[in-house]
Ligand binder design. Structure first.
Ligand SMILES: *Cc1c(COP(=O)(O)O)cnc(C)c1O
Length: 229
């Protein structure tokens, strides 16, 4: 099995190359290492190789890892769907949430975020390719939700996130990602001050970076193929 540090270096190279190809500075894109289904030891191996931001999908599994690794200065990002009954765990353990797509969830997160902690950093998930059963707010509803979320006291709205369906080729992927970056710019033109466009995964990070992504969420290219779930 290839070592996590080797894979991580290869992913960093891909990000650098994609930034260069897009005429963007090499530090324009943050790497979020998606460690879902992998254990605390895998997170530790990536951390030892210099990775500090980690993404998790499954709240209960994440809380176990966060608790086990409490001593390490890791930034934890929730990138999975959040049910109402999980908001307290999310507000108590994570630094970021990428998957807010309902005001009710945002309100609960804000109410439950302890005053001892920094504000919870939030992205609104947008259903950019219009999948009928998908999570994410419709693009047309994003401004209203973003303005409401931005006014909540214990949240800090940072940007938008999307998970488009796999595209057949690079140009098709860019076309979908461009809808997200156009929306991102439109929201800022409306007076929001967003700095985070969370899009791109192992298979499509180059297209996402070409289209303006500022944060790619990469799992399998770093940790290997997931066997569970
Ligand atoms: C699993 C997951 C990723 C990482 O996917 P890979 O294809 O393994 O890179 C990124 N974002 C979200 C929301 C995910 O659930």
């Amino acid at each position: 099995m290839t070592k996590i540090s080797t894979r991580l270096a290869a992913v960093r190279q891909r990000i650098q190359a994609a930034c260069l190809a897009a005429g963007r500075p090499g530090d324009a894109v943050t790497l979020l290492a998606v460690s879902k289904t992998f254990g605390a030891e895998a997170v530790q191996a990536a951390f030892a190789a210099g990775q500090t931001a980690f993404g998790e999908n499954y709240i209960q599994e994440a809380v176990e890892k966060i608790t086990a690794l409490r001593g390490l200065p890791i930034e934890w990002h929730c990138i999975g769907p959040i049910q109402s009954n999980k908001t307290r765990l999310v507000a108590g353990h994570f630094d970021w949430v990428h998957t807010v797509d309902r005001l009710k969830i945002a309100e609960r997160l804000s109410e439950q975020r302890s005053a001892d902690l920094a504000p919870l950093q939030v992205c609104i998930q947008v259903n950019v390719d219009g999948g009928p059963t998908k999570s994410g707010v419709a693009p047309a509803a994003a401004l209203t939700l973003a303005q409401a979320v931005a006014s909540l006291p214990r949240l800090r709205l940072r940007g938008i996130m999307c998970i488009p369906e796999p595209a057949p080729d690079f140009d098709a992927a860019c076309a979908v990602f461009k809808r997200a970056s156009d929306l991102f710019e439109a929201l800022n033109a409306q007076g929001l001050t967003l700095d985070t466009l969370s899009m791109g995964m192992s298979a499509d990070l180059e297209a996402a970076i070409a289209s303006g992504s500022t944060m790619v969420r990469v799992g399998s290219a770093i940790f290997g193929t997931r066997s569970r779930r």
